[in-house]
Write a protein that binds this ligand. Structure first.
Ligand SMILES: NC(=O)C1=CN([C@@H]2O[C@H](COP(=O)(O)OP(=O)(O)OC[C@H]3O[C@@H](n4cnc5c(N)ncnc54)[C@H](O)[C@@H]3O)[C@@H](O)[C@H]2O)C=CC1
Ligand SMILES: CC(C)CC(=O)C(=O)O
Ligand SMILES: [Mg+2]
Length: 357
């Protein structure tokens, strides 16, 4: 078994190093291979997704990914933006289904922005379509019109088959959970989203045991803050899913707690925290590595089929939180503040303690 390690930029290498510690403990026999991506790819090979990085991704059984992003990216051409490497990787591997669970660890209820009764017991998953939408649609670019004035253009585009496959993924996920899908769109304004809603409704008829509802993205954002526990699976497009999942982070206390799995046509998947490269805290040993570690647990479950080991890692995270360990982002008075490395070590120690017991 081969696991590709793509740590990326900023806090990416810091948090991935902790997930790799856990990997070495849980899967000592696993072969790992590292490759540069994002700014690290640009600096070493001149492009955000070097050919050998893509080749490794294709060879590997699964990819453990950190985060990409660097300075000035908002004004750079597409080929030079670190994020382009990640978008291309997701597209090249046809990883179209991005599962972003938001789970409330009871120990962190006080760290949530919301009242305890609103988040206690929260357990939802945002299923973000990852290969289409305005992040990929053509035409795109900054052009000059006939009057000489420049304009920017991006295109929200979904084919029926792209919506169908993410719809099936949503309904099947709901069958394994609490049997509810909420499809989030903007069908009151956008034709792309009218098609999205039509296809979701049609595919939904094949799953009569799953309850399907629809919300517009603006109301969904509000409902996610007002009464998030009513959701089970939220399925939505690439951009709305990107935004909603960062918002969901604040329900659970911190974006440093949110893992994700990007899946496609076979068992190969890419596993990454929902957060970015966080340049504001990089290099200070304060980033929360639990999202990266929980992403590795998803890797064990989804790509390797090692449910027991996935649960072992998740239990170790739970016991570390119960033991009072907190990085700065989830710190509360009365708990024990630790750095990134110490948090990784604490998870490994919790795994060792379980084995010894
Ligand atoms: N999947 C990826 O690789 C992503 C990359 N990015 C890139 O990351 C860079 C920074 O983007 P931002 O918008 O600032 O988003 P971000 O997610 O990197 O950071 C947002 C805020 O959350 C905090 N934060 C993030 N991860 C944390 C962790 N593990 N522990 C504690 N605090 C954490 C940061 O300090 C910051 O205050 C940009 O270059 C952006 O393009 C952003 C999102 C996803
Ligand atoms: C390159 C971006 C789309 C990354 C991002 O914000 C995400 O995947 O959540
Ligand atoms: Mg994002």
């Amino acid at each position: 078994m081969k696991i590709a390690i793509m740590a990326g930029d900023g806090i990416g290498p810091e948090v991935v190093a902790q997930a790799v510690k856990v990997l070495r403990h849980v899967l000592p026999q696993a072969e790992t291979e590292e490759a540069p991506v994002g700014l690290a790819g640009i600096e070493t090979r001149g492009v955000p997704l070097p050919d050998e990085t893509l080749a490794l991704a294709k060879r590997a059984d699964a990819i453990l990914f950190g985060a990409v992003g660097g300075p000035d990216e908002a004004s750079l051409p597409r080929e030079q933006r670190p994020g382009t490497g990640l978008l291309k990787l997701r597209k090249e591997l046809t990883l179209f289904a991005n599962f972003r669970p938001a789970f409330m660890f009871p120990e962190l209820i006080g760290a949530s922005t919301l009242k305890p009764e609103i988040v206690d017991g929260l357990d939802l998953v945002i299923l973000r379509e990852l290969n289409g939408d305005i992040y990929f649609g053509e035409p795109r670019g900054i052009e000059t019109g006939p009057s000489g004035e420049r304009y920017g253009i991006n295109t929200m585009r979904y084919t029926e088959s792209e919506v169908e496959r993410i719809a099936h993924a949503a309904f099947q996920a709901a069958r394994r959970r609490r049997g509810k899908v909420c499809s989030v769109d903007k069908a009151n304004v956008l034709e792309t989203m009218q098609l999205w809603r039509e296809v979701m409704t049609r595919v939904g008829r094949e799953y009569p045991d799953v309850e399907l509802s629809h919300l517009f993205i603006d109301a969904a954002a509000m409902t996610l803050m007002r009464a998030p526990k009513q959701f089970d699976v939220i399925v939505t497009g690439n951009m709305f899913g990107d935004i909603l999942s960062d918002a969901a982070a604040m329900l659970t206390g911190s974006i440093g707690m949110l893992p994700s799995a990007s899946l496609g046509l076979d068992r190969k998947g890419l596993y990454e925290p929902v957060h970015g490269s966080a340049p504001d805290i990089a290099g200070q040993d304060i980033a929360n590595p639990l999202a990266a570690i929980l992403s590795f647990a998803m890797l064990l479950r989804e790509s390797l089929g090692l449910e027991d080991k996935a649960q072992e890692v998740e239990s170790a995270v739970r016991s570390v939180l119960a033991g009072g360990y907190r990085t700065a982002d989830i710190y509360q008075p009365g708990t024990h503040r630790v750095g990134t490395e110490e948090m990784g070590d604490a998870v490994v120690q919790a795994l060792q303690a379980r084995r010894a017991a």
